[in-house]
Design a protein around this ligand. Structure first.
Ligand SMILES: Cc1cc2nc3c(=O)[nH]c(=O)nc-3n(C[C@H](O)[C@H](O)[C@H](O)COP(=O)(O)OP(=O)(O)OC[C@H]3O[C@@H](n4cnc5c(N)ncnc54)[C@H](O)[C@@H]3O)c2cc1C
Ligand code: SF4
Length: 480
């Protein structure tokens, strides 16, 4: 069902020149485009009580020194605020936009817990860093000294890039290899533009390049270049390849046309936004405009798919999830945003088949109820006999989560240690695998996680690589 709100939004997007469209976006989707003036940021930052028990800092994976940069912002000392905030975070403008702050820093703000509304930490972090870019305070890295050793980083997502930045600061030669044609990983082709504008990511990529980091794009380790060659070429290697194997659903009719994985849909949308020609988007195959869309899944990727569908001008958008709202993995804030934009959520609905003949026409779902908690502590969904619904669909998007690709097989490296889930096994104190000089960071170690955790891992891995290379230089024989 197309709601008046959806129509208004789509009409305005299509008809308006840029500035007016941006204003309309701000009105319609204010949670993302919330902006500050200097005085607005200062007064919001001034709400921090400097409570002395900075739970916000503890619950930020980077342990950002939030109270200090809030105080500096409140005092109008923005350049210093930027210095403090960027000391622990490689991409503060990204985290400020897309961290699930309600579960991290802001959710643990003492003022929030006393019922007075959190200090909007993420928005202030974004504001400080956007201002630093505007004012020219962010300049290319100039290491104190250049070092002879080089590090190869596989994967140009936030994990790999955070490591690249930290290694470059320490003077190493760094090459980032990525199979995509642009740097950024899921920041560029996964997360939609309405949550994270692509020029924000590309600006950081340019800055890294100006800082001396080399990018080898369209280079897939395992095909374009072998892992063994990469190891031979560099003194240390970091694996930061993320997780990309989409989980499947086994149900009758699942192989039909118009049932597509979430990443195909989101990548096409992001590429189009970046100005690329995407034939499957232009032909309508990967475009939600005018269609009844059914998204299957209850995580943040599903939320991105439903909200992207709305923005493309879908006729109706439904999201099917087999548990209830309270037990979904996605952020409650995202669900509220999606509902407000006109998405219909069908809770306790397990897809059990697809109608249509070659081209899907609908999704049949089994109604569920929640039973006892399973081994993970979550209440497991159980079918209610005979209760089946059918949902009309012109395009079905599967957002059931991601698993790691089988790196030891793809790379012909049976020695690369992986867990039973396929994630790369590391010593968590050093991020190093059992292969000397081979480290790993981000989703490929944790499983699908968050940008801020990938940044944290990348920074930690860089510190360990530095220690490893220093130790090797001091005692070459011992490290062999
Ligand atoms: C749709 C979607 C929305 C999300 N939204 C959010 C959000 O709002 N907030 C949040 O915090 N997190 C979000 N996440 C999670 C977040 O994007 C990831 O946790 C994060 O990007 C992981 O970073 P990474 O560097 O480990 O991997 P990635 O970002 O996945 O980057 C890995 C890179 O490695 C490259 N690569 C892989 N294999 C090879 C190879 N063999 N050779 C060369 N290159 C290779 C890939 O091309 C890619 O560029 C979202 C994820 C998805 C899928
Ligand atoms: S990095 Fe994320 S969790 Fe940490 S302060 Fe910024 S928005 Fe909050």
């Amino acid at each position: 069902m197309t709601t008046p709100r959806m129509l208004q939004f789509v009409d305005r997007q299509q008809a308006m020149p840029d500035k007016r469209a941006a204003d309309a976006r701000r009105r319609d989707f204010g949670e993302i485009y919330e902006g500050y003036s200097d005085t607005g940021a200062a007064s919001q930052a001034g709400r921090c009580s400097q409570c002395g028990v900075p739970f916000c800092q503890v619950h930020c994976p980077l342990h950002n020194n939030i109270p200090d940069w809030l105080m500096l912002t409140a005092e109008g000392r923005l350049e210093e605020a930027y210095e403090v905030s960027s000391a622990t975070n490689t991409f503060p403008e990204v985290c400020g936009r897309i961290c699930p702050q309600d579960r991290l820093c802001e959710g643990n703000c003492v003022i929030e817990q006393s019922g007075h509304g959190t200090v909007t930490i993420g928005s202030i972090e974004k504001y400080i860093t956007d201002t630093a870019w505007e004012k020219g305070w962010i300049t290319p890295i100039k290491p104190m000294r250049e070092r002879g050793e080089s590090v190869g980083v596989i994967g140009g997502g936030p994990g790999g890039l955070a490591a690249a930045e930290q290694l470059r600061r320490r003077g190493y030669k760094v090459t980032v290899y990525d199979r995509y044609d642009r740097i950024g990983g899921l920041l560029i082709y996964g997360i939609p533009n309405f949550k994270l504008e692509k020029d924000v990511v590309l600006r950081r990529a340019r800055w890294l390049e100006e800082s001396g980091v080399e990018f080898a794009l369209n280079t897939e380790v395992g095909t374009t270049i072998s892992f063994a060659d990469l190891r031979a070429k560099h003194d240390a290697v970091l694996i930061a390849t993320g997780v990309y194997k989409a989980r499947d659903l086994k149900a009758p009719g699942v192989g039909q046309e118009n049932i597509i994985p979430a990443m195909r849909f989101l990548t096409a949308s992001n590429r189009t936004g970046l100005g690329d020609t995407v034939d499957d988007f232009d032909s309508g195959a990967l475009n939600a405009a005018g269609k009844n869309i059914v998204v299957i899944g209850g995580g943040d990727t599903a939320m991105d798919c439903v909200r992207t569908s709305i923005r493309q001008g879908a006729k109706s958008v439904k999201c099917l999830y087999r548990r209830d709202r309270a037990n979904m993995p996605g952020s409650q804030r995202e669900v509220a945003n999606a509902e407000e934009e006109g998405v219909e959520f069908v809770w306790l609905a397990q897809p059990e088949g697809f109608t249509g003949d070659a081209t899907v026409t609908g999704v049949r779902s089994q109604r569920m109820r929640l039973g006892r908690p399973d081994a993970t502590g979550r209440r497991s969904p159980q079918p209610i006999d005979g209760e089946i619904d059918t949902h009309e669909a012109d395009l079905v998007i599967m957002a059931l989560g991601f698993d790691p690709e089988d790196l030891p097989v793809l790379w012909g490296e049976p020695e690369l240690p992986v867990t039973r889930w396929g994630t790369v096994k590391v010593d968590h104190r050093t991020q190093m695998t059992a292969m000397p000089g081979v480290f790993a960071a981000g989703d490929i170690v944790r499983g699908a996680s968050l940008v801020v955790w990938a940044i944290r891992d990348g920074r930690d891995a860089a510190a360990s690589i530095h220690d490893y290379l220093k130790a090797r230089a001091a005692a070459p024989a011992a490290a062999e």
